[in-house]
Write a protein that binds this ligand. Structure first.
Ligand SMILES: Cc1ncc(COP(=O)(O)O)c(C=O)c1O
Length: 388
């Protein structure tokens, strides 16, 4: 029997405006915010219960070394991705970008080059210098139908001395889910040049119907050797403010690198983040996650229909994962940063395309982790501006 999943309902805007997070406090009330990667749903009930209990108890102290999140994530990875993770090879830290910084700091020397694959998540450009390394850009290949890693370009960068690649798997902002074959080929290249792959897998639980997420460390035995993964419940369960991420390895040498990081790296894990992550990764939250995936699936298709109706000059490809849409508005002639004009004149806040690298000129990133009504209103406002 095919089970029918009821999509999750997002909160109405009047309630969302009572939130105090970045999404709701950056712009005045006449602006519809669809920029930063926060979602508009209520938390999974198990998370609400875990946090309410912690508040009730005054359970607001330091996070213990293993608050249960290691085994919780390993069980989640097995259920959702068919990936066997050894909980003993997981350490926590406060967020994904900090995990990335600390791993890069450990595996590179100051001034080493680290590859990014633009257009890519803006913090990637900051976290590499924070680790003392230098960004080397090898843009994704845009086939016109989708995007993929430029393996030849990456090979040339490794051959030229790049020591590591910061992979976005699945990719933000294009929503690309890299194939097992591509990831295994990337691992072979890294191994050939003695380089390291750090795989940011924060969007993995949000891989949509029709796509299969391959954890980098599971792509091949070589990938298990050359890779580090950094994961979190924070995007799929909207927990970014609570601060808990996982650094995962699959090989003795890489595990030793993560174990050798300063103890402070783990002490920075937020207790509420860890408690919420344990609840998020528990089997009882699977139904909520599936309901959210159904809502996002409906929205990513609705967005295509709305753009065709209101902004036919927009180019948008339905993403395979996540709640972020990468939209090419260059045909509108609104310059390199169309989101600036849209914010000013249509009162819709989208993420600025150029912040993702020069490949983002003429583009915007739109967050569709909202209600269909908000999506309709936002695209209608942009459409009215385009017609004006
Ligand atoms: C690919 C990617 N990595 C990392 C982050 C930030 O994660 P964190 O807040 O855990 O550092 C984001 C936020 O949207 C993201 O899209």
């Amino acid at each position: 029997m095919v089970s029918v999943i009821t999509p999750l309902q997002a909160l109405p805007v009047d309630q969302l405006r009572q939130r105090t997070s970045t999404k709701w406090r950056t712009y005045p009330d006449d602006v519809l915010p669809l920029f930063v990667a926060e979602t508009d749903f209520l938390p999974a009930p198990a998370i609400t219960a875990a946090l309410a209990r912690a508040v009730e108890l005054g359970d607001t102290g330091y996070t213990p070394p293993d608050p249960g999140v290691r085994a919780g994530y390993a069980a989640f990875a097995q259920r959702r991705f068919g990936w066997t993770v050894d909980p003993a090879r997981i350490r926590t830290t406060c967020d994904v970008m900090m995990g990335v910084v600390e791993i890069l700091r450990a595996v590179t020397e100051p001034g080493d080059r680290v590859i990014v694959t633009p257009p890519v998540s803006p913090p990637f450009y900051d976290c590499i210098p924070e680790a003392g390394a230098v960004v080397e850009r090898v843009p994704l290949v845009d086939t016109g139908q989708g995007w993929h890693l430029d393996l030849e370009g990456i090979e040339a960068a490794f051959a030229g001395g790049a020591r590591a690649i910061l992979l976005c798997n699945p990719h933000n902002p294009t929503g690309t889910v890299h194939s097992r074959q591509t990831l295994a080929a990337l691992a072979d290249l890294a191994a050939r040049f003695g380089a390291v792959v750090v795989s940011d897998e924060i969007h993995a639980p949000l891989t949509g119907r029709g796509a299969t997420f391959t954890p980098f460390l599971d792509a091949s035995p070589v990938a298990a050797r050359v890779g580090y993964a950094v994961a979190s419940a924070s995007k799929a369960f909207n927990l970014a403010g609570l601060k808990c991420a996982l650094m995962i390895t699959a090989d003795d040498a890489t595990t030793q690198v993560v174990r050798s990081l300063p103890a402070e790296v783990e002490w920075r894990t937020g207790l509420f983040g860890a408690l919420a992550a344990v609840a998020a990764f528990a089997p009882e939250s699977d139904e909520w996650l599936d309901a959210q995936l159904a809502a996002l699936d409906a929205n990513r298709v609705l967005l295509a229909e709305l753009l065709a109706e209101h902004v036919p000059a927009a180019r948008y490809r339905i993403p395979d994962a996540g709640f972020l849409a990468w939209i090419d508005l260059s045909a509108l002639g609104w310059g390199d940063n169309p989101a600036a004009k849209i914010l000013r004149e249509a009162k819709v806040a989208l993420h600025f395309g150029p912040h993702f690298g020069e490949e983002g000129n003429g583009h915007v990133r739109l967050n569709f982790g909202c209600s269909p009504d908000v999506l309709r209103e936002a695209v209608a406002r942009v459409g009215a501006l385009a017609r004006s």
